[in-house]
Design a protein around this ligand. Structure first.
Ligand SMILES: NC(=O)c1ccc[n+]([C@@H]2O[C@H](COP(=O)([O-])OP(=O)(O)OC[C@H]3O[C@@H](n4cnc5c(N)ncnc54)[C@H](OP(=O)(O)O)[C@@H]3O)[C@@H](O)[C@H]2O)c1
Length: 344
């Protein structure tokens, strides 16, 4: 079969009065030396990826103040400027000192770097267990009331924390951005169904398991940069993923789709999920956008489900550590050059 045709407009989910493309764009890679994409990527390809995403109807563009120390926000802001009204800009607050004043100040700084007066979605990057969530939510309320953000959300929070945050804020938090892919299905336990029932959105980060699900990496052919640090990027980690990649390839053959496209289609198969894959090229972005059109049937779902349930992750331990030594060395070098790995 021919590859899925690109459409002018991808599929959308509607929640909280907004319309979000089921496939968004993650931009942790923009300007980040930890991903190892080089200066040309930050100066040129990143903008081209963002522009093409908007052309294809992708409106969700996710960044964070932590990504390359604000550089990702700047690259995104400049690329989006000519089509601001077609973008839904999501950024994240780094909660090292999450007092209300700091939240407000950081939101203003993010808006400045993005070149906007209102951030579409301002997210708490992760919960800070050392500081009362209620106070942080006071800051998020101020950000909403001052018009610095149109919506607020969370990231890396449990469902219980989502409930608590909403109680403290006294309003809905539109979304929670969590790791969700065929190798990590924890959001399925309760979060996805609650979010779909209540008109909230689960934003799936690392939907391709940082490229591992693309099938490009195998034992002996490992990714570089920060990915070499994770157990999943070691030879043993990659060996364990191969049956899942084989299932993605087999399903993809039915549609003329790539493993990445199948992995993305699987991630957004339930209502109320938006996947935000990063991309190292415009071609990847185009493929990812087209995945919004791919609808898997029950047979596909069963095949992927079986492979993913049989997957046993490699936990951090001696084997993973040994496999990560070369990656550590590479990142140490990146650190020395000026910028170390940034938060995800
Ligand atoms: N909230 C959080 O704590 C958190 C954490 C992590 C990420 N995020 C967000 O989520 C976004 C996505 O997550 P991620 O970047 O960690 O992982 P990801 O989206 O699973 O993987 C992105 C990588 O996969 C490869 N790829 C993308 N499309 C492909 C395609 N069509 N075919 C083959 N390979 C493809 C590219 O790497 P190569 O081409 O180099 O292989 C790309 O850089 C981030 O950019 C960030 O915005 C948030």
């Amino acid at each position: 079969m021919a590859p899925p045709a690109y459409r002018d407009r991808v599929r959308y989910v509607e929640a909280g009065g907004v319309r979000l493309s089921v496939i968004g764009l993650g931009t942790w890679q923009f300007g980040s030396r930890a991903w190892g994409y080089g200066a040309d990527y930050a100066l040129g390809e990143a903008r081209a990826i963002t522009r093409r995403a908007l052309e294809l109807g992708i409106n969700v563009v996710d960044t964070a103040e932590a990504y390359a120390r604000g550089r990702s926000e700047k690259i995104v802001g400049r690329a989006v400027a000519p089509d601001r009204e077609h973008a839904f800009l999501a950024t994240k607050f780094t909660p090292l000192v999450p007092t209300p004043n700091v939240v407000e100040r950081h939101a203003a700084a993010s808006a400045f770097r993005l070149g906007v007066s209102t951030i579409d979605l301002y997210q708490l990057h992760w919960p800070n267990p050392l500081y009362p969530l209620a106070r942080t939510m006071d800051g998020f309320r101020r950000v909403l009331d001052s018009g610095l953000a149109a919506h607020v959300g969370l990231s890396n929070c449990s469902l219980e924390t989502w409930w608590e945050a909403e109680a403290q804020l006294g309003r809905p938090l539109l979304s929670n951005q969590v790791r969700y892919n065929l190798l990590d299905r924890r959001p399925e336990e309760a979060m996805l169904s609650w979010a779909a029932a209540k008109g909230r959105v689960v934003i799936a980060y690392s939907p391709l398991a940082q490229g591992v699900l693309s099938g490009r990496y195998r034992p002996g052919r490992r990714p570089g940069g920060l990915r070499a640090l994770s157990p999943a990027g070691s030879d043993e980690g990659l060996r364990r993923v191969q049956p899942v990649v084989a299932a993605l390839e087999a399903v993809g053959h039915r549609y003329g789709a790539t493993p990445s496209q199948v992995a993305l289609a699987w991630t957004v198969r339930a209502g109320g999920v938006v996947a935000i894959p990063g991309a190292s090229s415009v071609a990847q972005l185009e493929q990812n956008a087209a995945a919004a059109d791919l609808v898997l049937d029950e047979e596909d779902d069963a095949r992927l489900d079986a492979a993913s349930r049989a997957f046993v992750p490699l936990r951090a331990g001696p084997a993973a550590l040994a496999g990560s030594v070369s990656g550590l060395a590479r990142n140490a070098l990146a650190d020395r050059l000026g910028r170390g790995p940034t938060a995800g």
